[in-house]
Design a protein around this ligand. Structure first.
Ligand SMILES: Cc1cc2nc3c(=O)[nH]c(=O)nc-3n(C[C@H](O)[C@H](O)[C@H](O)COP(=O)(O)OP(=O)(O)OC[C@H]3O[C@@H](n4cnc5c(N)ncnc54)[C@H](O)[C@@H]3O)c2cc1C
Length: 310
């Protein structure tokens, strides 16, 4: 099982074995405005405090986005906090920033604490973050959001069919977390493979090629959905984010009024687990075409009414 993440040694090995005969284990990369952004993770209690009032606690299975007070791009920051099912477990808050953001100049836990208190005066930082967590976060070098990428091959069988290798998750499709599909798509990989194992009575020789045939058509659409889904959410470019918002709301409103013609934004469609990524991407593209058609039609109507008036 090659489920060893983006820098998968299993995939690299398969690539070496294939040599120049095929590029099926070579990652194909696609640009994204969120690739290259840097992130750090803060660990919070499940019911962290939302204010100084001890009754004002966060609900553990609810997501939160807490906006900071700084306006300038290199200092502004938000906390993206994921829900957790287990009320006993800690939860994580992502700090995702431009590579030259102020956060990366902070040298120790005191500087980090001061910055967080200035950025989030409405949240009791002292009560939510233990001194150890502040220390850990200050020392952490964080990570960089990856370039969207995938490879078309996700299985390998030896010639005598006795050895089989399967690639799953980030090892075969990896991208920035814009639409929250990294873990979800990895779990879907496993769900589909498990289904095929049941259908083939656990016959790996049959299951592996069937899996690649059924699952790999989802990889390119998944990468395209990440590229276009919500890449401007990290405050990289205000104008582009506004344009993205307009596009989002036009699609949302039209899909409510005319659901049989227009599909909702892909960011919403990916939350429907019954839709395959290829189907979501197809609907998204159809809606784009129809929107252009609508724009063209409106322009033609305006033009013809002006001609008639003359
Ligand atoms: C900031 C951030 C936020 C994210 N938010 C979301 C989100 O909201 N929703 C979502 O669905 N996804 C999100 N993701 C993406 C998600 O984290 C990944 O897609 C997911 O973790 C991929 O799982 P994986 O098991 O394939 O790979 P990984 O999580 O990378 O796991 C691979 C494992 O293999 C181990 N390993 C590697 N090499 C070896 C070796 N040689 N020997 C033994 N072990 C090895 C590693 O230590 C690691 O434990 C986010 C990612 C980031 C960076």
């Amino acid at each position: 099982m090659g489920c060893d993440g983006l820098n998968s040694i299993v995939r690299q090995t398969l690539r070496n074995w294939e040599g120049t005969t095929s590029d099926k284990f070579q990652m194909k990369q696609f640009p994204s405005p969120s690739s290259g952004l840097r992130y750090k993770v803060l660990t919070l209690p499940p019911n962290f405090l939302l204010s100084d009032d001890v009754q004002d606690q966060a609900i553990c299975d609810q997501a939160y986005v807490i906006r900071g007070t700084f306006k300038e791009q290199k200092k502004s920051i938000s906390l993206g906090i994921f829900p957790v099912k287990n009320p006993e477990t800690s939860r994580t808050a992502n700090l995702i920033t431009l590579p030259n953001h102020y956060l990366w100049n902070l040298k120790n836990s005191e500087e980090l604490e001061k910055y967080l208190k200035q950025a989030f005066p409405h949240i009791p930082i002292d009560k939510n973050l233990t001194p150890e967590e502040r220390e850990r976060c200050a020392k952490s070098e964080g990570g960089t959001l990856p370039i969207p990428q995938y490879c078309s091959g996700c299985h390998w069988l030896s010639q005598d069919k006795k050895i089989g290798i399967l690639l799953l998750g980030d090892a075969v499709h990896c991208f920035p977390p814009d639409i929250g599909q990294g873990v979800n798509s990895a779990l879907e990989d496993i769900y589909i493979f498990n289904k095929i194992l049941s259908e083939t009575d656990d016959n790996i020789t049959q299951a592996l090629p069937q899996y690649e045939e059924r699952r790999s058509p989802d990889f390119y659409p998944l990468i395209k959905l990440v590229q276009t889904g919500f890449p401007w959410q990290y405050n990289q470019d205000l104008l582009r984010r506004k344009l993205w918002n307009i596009n989002f709301f036009i699609r949302l409103i039209l899909s409510r009024i005319l659901p049989f013609i227009f599909s909702p934004p892909s960011f919403i469609m990916v939350q429907n687990h019954q839709l395959r990524y290829q189907e979501i991407w197809k609907r998204s593209q159809q809606t784009t075409l129809r929107l252009w058609g609508l724009i063209l039609l409106t322009m033609l109507l305006i033009l013809s009414s002006q001609i008639l008036q003359k």
